[in-house]
Design a protein around this ligand. Structure first.
Ligand SMILES: [Zn+2]
Length: 255
C-alpha cells in the first residue's frame, strides 16, 4: 500500500510539476495557462506530447529542442523532480489521510510561488487566491468528515495572526516586506496552523532565520547589497516545508 502511495505521489507530482512550469512562466506575464499550447521559444514548433513527458523527455532530448536544437533550461525537469519529491515526502508524512489533499495543494502552491518570487519578485494573486481557495475547501472537507473544528479554528487563527503581523511590518516598512508576502504568509499559516500553532510559529521562525543567513552569505560574497530587494516569499516557502517535516519536533519535546 505504501509502495503504491509513493509511486502515485511521484507520478502525480511530476505531472503537476510540469503544469507548475507553465504557471511559473506564464502567470507573472499575465498570459493564459491553457492556450496557446507549449512551443519552443525559438523555432515556435509546438511541443508534442511525447516530447512533453515530465523529466524523461528532457533527458531523452538532452535538454534541446527536437527541431532547432535550442537549449531547454534544466530548471524545467528540476521543478518537476522537486514537485515529485515534495509530493512523495508529504504522502509519507501524512499517509492516506484527510490532511493529505490539503498538503498536496499547499506544497504545489509553494513551488509555484517560490519560483515566481525568485524570477520576478512577484507572488501573483492569480496563484495565491486559487491555492488558498482549494486548500480551504480541502480543509473544510477534512473538518466536516472528522469533526475537527478545533483544528480548523486554530488554522484560521494562525492565518489571522500572521496577516496582522505581516500587515504591520509592511505598514511600517513597505520596502522590507512587499504586500505579496502579506497575502502569502496567511496562506502558509493556515496550512501549518492545521498541523498545530507551533508549526506555524516554527515555519515563520525558520523562514526568517534561513532568509537572514542566506542574505548575509550573499552580502559577504558581494553578490547583493544591503538595499537589494530580497524574494522573501522564497524563504517563507522553504520555512514552510521545513516546518511540515520538523515542526513537530519541538512539540514532542514540550509534551
Ligand atoms: Zn525549437
Amino acid at each position: 500500500m505504501t509502495a503504491l502511495l509513493i509511486l502515485g505521489a511521484a507520478l502525480y507530482g511530476a505531472a503537476i510539476g510540469s503544469f507548475l512550469n507553465v504557471v511559473i512562466y506564464r502567470v507573472p506575464l499575465k498570459m493564459s495557462i491553457t492556450s496557446p499550447p507549449s512551443a519552443c521559444p525559438k523555432c515556435e514548433t509546438h511541443i508534442q506530447w511525447y516530447d512533453n513527458i515530465p523529466i524523461v523527455s528532457w533527458i531523452l532530448l538532452r535538454g534541446r529542442c527536437r527541431h532547432c536544437g535550442e537549449p531547454i533550461s534544466v530548471r524545467y525537469p528540476l521543478v518537476e523532480a522537486l514537485t515529485a519529491a515534495l509530493f512523495v515526502l508529504v504522502a509519507l508524512r501524512f499517509g492516506w489521510s484527510w490532511t493529505l489533499p490539503a498538503m498536496i495543494i499547499f506544497v504545489a502552491g509553494l513551488v509555484a510561488l517560490a519560483f515566481t518570487d525568485l524570477d520576478h519578485l512577484l507572488l501573483p494573486r492569480a496563484i495565491v487566491y486559487p491555492v488558498g481557495g482549494l486548500m480551504l475547501a480541502a480543509l473544510l472537507i477534512a473538518t466536516v468528515v472528522q469533526g475537527s473544528w478545533h483544528r480548523l479554528l486554530v488554522a484560521v487563527l494562525c492565518a489571522a495572526v500572521e496577516f496582522a503581523l505581516l500587515f504591520t511590518i509592511n505598514f511600517i516598512s513597505p520596502r522590507s516586506m512587499g504586500f505579496g508576502d502579506v497575502r502569502f504568509g496567511p496562506l502558509i499559516a493556515l496550512a501549518l496552523g492545521w498541523l498545530g500553532w507551533i508549526y506555524a510559529f516554527f515555519g515563520f521562525l525558520a523562514a526568517n532565520l534561513i532568509g537572514a543567513v542566506v542574505g548575509l552569505i550573499l552580502i559577504a560574497a558581494g553578490r547583493t547589497g544591503r538595499k537589494t530587494p530580497i524574494p522573501f516569499g522564497v524563504f517563507l516557502a522553504i520555512g514552510a516545508v521545513v516546518a511540515i517535516f520538523f515542526g513537530g519536533l519541538i512539540h514532542y519535546r514540550a509534551a
